[in-house]
Design a protein around this ligand. Structure first.
Ligand code: 0A1
Ligand code: ZN
Length: 892
């Protein structure tokens, strides 16, 4: 917690480290109240780094450490031999080779930030990315300092029977006084942020797994006792990840042992520490009784993501934290491709792609249009932990995907091979990645750099003209990009725009551009601000399908008629654009209805839209998973993002009206589809079954959006008879959301009864209790008073990030009606919660703080309350850098 003005760090100020570290030897005497860390560093002067005329110094960082002793080449240093300025410890030194020994003490049991060395449920864990290692020992804690690590762990044997660190176990044994030790050695050079240790009472599922090159690796999934019945899926996902990386990229596991450890207190999803991944329990523990389909999918994606980091992030790492997307964008792209390949079918791939587009629109586009907007490779930050964003991750993945779209799959693979050939065991930049792609593909990708340096979502405005006489069809694309903080004007991007043309019968027309036959989907390269493409041999007036497969993270504007959208929604051979047409049909109506609701006019939904939805619902030739996506309306956040002045209540009323109207008008079709989508037999989280359950449960949600006694009875029956958590929570959600219905007797009692029974049955399962809180926090009938009441529940605590997020963050981020109450009570609650959380865990507080990002978009009456709440937080004398940066930028 700091009180001084936080410092901004700039990318342009990067300088190379004055000393490099070749080897690190760490000794830990682990004690929750007083852990002693002995650190022996072998350093080498980095002559490539200038000192700007100043005397050379060894620069080390340390936070929350008690410094016991420092020795330089065997000589004890006194207080005058070094200087400590905040987190920075500087030792004047010019020697070529140096051995530095440092002894420090830290207190894991009081570390509530969950960064550095901390205690969770009595066990020790570490989290070092981005700058947590400096909370363990003094060190040149920056990713371009890569060293080999040898780690000796000592702890009480009864309390901490399992002692783990990175790499290979060299030796273990007993010590006097009931203690024991384990010596670990990691043969690969790594930056300090990839260091990890675990000292705990845990159990594991393990097996040896054959690698492509004939070696066998020991795989382990470590969990607390009582959870071994929930590790199978993580283990299977790990094995699939290893195999996929070998087969798709020829990348092998480089260690003899790979460990995953699950911990209940964790700030993020998981962490890719070399050979010792530490995971939030949410992304490890699953069985059908406690985990939903979405949980299973999340586990596969995150296990893959962390495993893939072993090459994209660990073997080749980032030069500095501005390059974060080098590893994160690339690794998200890899985990997205992994998930898509695991499904295998074209339609399954499309559904994963639609999910990605949804995430971008739901979270990244708003970020890119708000006060925290930043380029994929930021130019500055106050607190790096604030930059683990959807822009760095998801937009970063889109940028990587665009290389593949421009170079083709084979060209992209060549670029990846060249990247590893050039940079293995190095710390590099996004420019190095781009250079590998350009060189491997023989392409000039200099303009493509703007995807890294310019923030904001580009807008592509399309116009078309059909010349029947010449049989030409002209597509004019005009691109622009709105101003973002610190970036007023933007230059044109290099945008791949995949395009197809549909005939009146809905079939793809053959494409010819400048006499070249391009099949049925052409990837146009938009590089100018205003550029036209003329297709030849077009025999009829076509309907354009633009931005197929969402070929670039842009907003496409085109004046589609309803008839064109219905044609695309019924026929587009590109499933992503087929879905997109439905979203456009829905969005047009939702915006109009929100206006009507705000003006107090009566609401009405036209037959064209309802018929299109009906057709989609009953089209048995389409995958259930795709139909579910196509029938899901844009979220309230997405609708809000389209409005100049956001009225959350009007948006909610509009969307609820559409849901209820569909529920009522398609009642019999929904009911029939509900019955047709059952998944008899044993639960399995395969894509086909997941799709059927998703469609079935969407039907239930629609039926309960216009509830009659039959719909509620259906939900109750599903709740009672559900053989898995997916169906159980879907039914509970339907009941809770129908709570206020006046059309059904005892709607509230049914909801309350189900909630009570759910809690009684699952109170021993922390992750399920999180769902129980989140379900109530997001229900539109839940107001601040109800949230405050839930906070007094014995199972609630702000100290556990998952639990705090399940109630507080869900209410502030996913319950627009409750949060934006006209009296400002939601915002006052937000301010109070940010302040309370900040005292415990700045990273979690800062994420919550972002719920107010877009405050300037709301109606003036709401803005006034929001500003007051922001000022209340900003006015606190003690605030973390994390929160200060977020609220400061919001108010700027
Ligand atoms: N690198 C991890 C995410 C992560 C980032 C920061 C953390 O603490 C501040 C923890 C984890 C990943 O991409 O999975
Ligand atoms: Zn990552």
């Amino acid at each position: 917690m700091r009180t001084d003005t936080p410092q901004t760090i700039y990318r342009k100020d990067y300088t190379a480290p004055s000393y490099l570290v070749d080897a690190v030897e760490l000794g830990f005497d682990l004690d929750p109240a007083r852990t002693v860390v002995a650190n022996r560093l072998t350093l080498r002067r980095n002559d490539a780094a200038g000192t700007g005329g100043a005397r050379r110094e060894i620069e080390l960082y340390g936070e929350e450490l008690q410094l016991v002793a420092i020795r330089l080449n065997g000589k004890a240093l006194g207080a005058r031999d070094y200087a400590i300025d905040g987190a920075l410890l500087r030792i004047p030194c010019d020697a070529q080779d140096v051995v530095l020994e440092i002894e420090t003490i830290c207190v894991p049991e009081t570390n509530t930030t969950l960064s550095g060395l901390y205690v969770s449920n009595g066990n020790f864990y570490t989290q070092c990315e981005a700058e947590g290692f400096r909370r363990i020992t003094y060190f040149p804690d920056r990713p371009d300092v890569m060293a080999t690590y040898t780690v000796m762990l000592r702890a009480d044997k009864r309390q901490f029977p399992v002692l783990l660190s990175n790499g290979n176990l060299i030796e273990e044994g007993d010590l006097p006084d009931g203690r024991h030790y384990a010596l670990w050695e990691d043969p690969f050079k790594k930056p300090s942020y990839l260091f990890a240790l675990v000292a705990a009472s845990l159990v594991c599922q393990e097996e040896t797994f054959p690698l492509q090159d004939g070696r066998r690796a020991l795989l382990q999934v470590w969990v607390e006792e009582g959870n071994l019945d929930k590790t199978d899926y993580a283990m299977q996902s790990l094995k699939r990840s290893i195999r996929w990386d070998e087969e798709r990229w020829n990348l092998e596991l480089d260690l003899d042992r790979f460990m995953i450890v699950a911990v209940g207190d964790f700030n993020m999803g998981a962490m890719e520490n070399k050979g010792l991944n530490i995971f939030n329990t949410k992304y490890v523990l699953a069985n059908p009784r406690v985990a939903t389909d979405v949980d299973f999918q999340g586990i596969e994606a995150v296990v893959g993501h962390e495993y893939f980091h072993n090459w994209t992030g660990n073997r080749v790492t980032c030069r500095d934290w501005f390059q974060l997307s080098l590893k994160e964008g690339l690794t998200v792209f890899r985990d997205q491709e992994f998930s898509a390949d695991m499904i295998g079918t074209a339609s399954g791939r499309a559904v994963t792609r639609i999910d990605q587009v949804r995430t971008l629109r739901q979270a990244q586009f708003p970020e890119d249009a708000g006060p925290m907007a930043h380029p994929v490779r930021p130019d500055s930050f106050v607190e790096i932990n604030n930059f683990y964003t959807v822009t760095v991750y998801e937009k970063g993945a889109e940028v990587v995907r665009m290389y593949q779209t421009l170079l083709g799959r084979d060209g992209f693979r060549k670029g990846m091979d060249l990247y590893f050939a050039r940079h293995d065991e190095q710390a590099v930049t996004c420019d190095d990645f781009r250079a590998a792609m350009a060189d491997a593909g023989g392409r000039d990708l200099s303009q493509f750099e703007r995807w890294y340096s310019q923030a904001g979502t580009p807008v592509v405005q399309a116009e078309t003209h059909y010349d029947a006489e010449r049989q030409t069809y002209t597509l004019r694309l005009v691109q622009s990009c709105p101003a973002t903080p610190g970036q007023a004007g933007k230059l044109p991007f290099h945008i791949p725009v995949a395009v197809g043309l549909l005939g009146a019968d809905g079939r793809d027309l053959p494409l010819t551009l400048d006499g070249v036959d391009l099949g049925t989907t052409a990837v146009l390269e938009l590089v100018e601000a205003d550029q036209s493409f003329v297709f030849g041999g077009v025999r009829e007036q076509p309907t354009p399908s633009i931005l197929r497969d969402f070929s670039a993270p842009v907003i496409l504007k085109y004046g589609y008629s309803d008839a064109e959208l219905v044609l695309l929604f019924s026929h587009d051979s590109d499933p992503v654009n087929r879905w997109e047409a439905g979203q456009r049909l829905a969005m047009g109506r939702l915006l109009k209805l929100a206006e009507d609701a705000a003006a107090g006019r009566s609401l009405d939904l036209d037959d064209v839209f309802v018929d299109a939805m009906r057709k989609m619902l009953v089209d048995a030739s389409l995958d259930p998973a795709f139909r579910e996506q196509a029938l899901l309306l844009p979220s309230e956040t997405m609708i809000a993002d389209q409005m100049d002045v956001v009225d959350p209540m009007a948006i909610h009323m509009a969307r609820q009206f559409v849901r209820a109207d569909i529920g009522a008008r398609l009642r019999s079709e929904l009911r029939a589809q509900y019955d047709a989508s059952q998944t008899p037999g044993e639960y399995s989280p395969d894509a086909e079954s997941i799709g059927r359950r998703a469609l079935k449960n969407l039907c239930l949600a629609y039926l309960c959006a216009a509830p009659d006694e039959a719909a509620i009875a259906l939900a109750r029956r599903q709740f009672d008879e559900a053989g898995n958590m997916t169906d159980r929570v879907a039914a509970l959600g339907a009941l809770v959301h129908a709570r206020a219905s006046s059309a059904v007797a005892d709607a509230a009692a049914h909801a309350d009864d189900a909630l009570r029974r759910f809690y009684d049955e699952f109170q021993g399962e922390a992750l399920v209790v999180d769902k129980w809180f989140a379900m109530q926090a997001s229900a539109p009938t839940t107001d601040v008073a109800a949230v405050r009441a839930l906070m007094t529940h014995p199972a609630f605590t702000l100290r556990n990030p998952n639990r705090a997020r399940s109630l507080v963050s869900t209410f502030c981020g996913a319950n627009p009606v409750g949060f934006h109450a006209p009296d400002g009570s939601g915002y006052a609650f937000w301010a109070e919660s940010v302040i309370a959380l900040d005292a415990l865990n700045p990273q979690v507080a800062s994420r919550l703080a972002r719920a107010m990002d877009r405050w300037r978009r709301y109606a003036p009456a709401l803005q006034k309350h929001m500003k007051k709440a922001l000022q209340q937080v900003a006015g606190r004398a003690t605030l973390s850098n994390d929160v200060r940066e977020v609220v400061g930028k919001a108010l700027a």
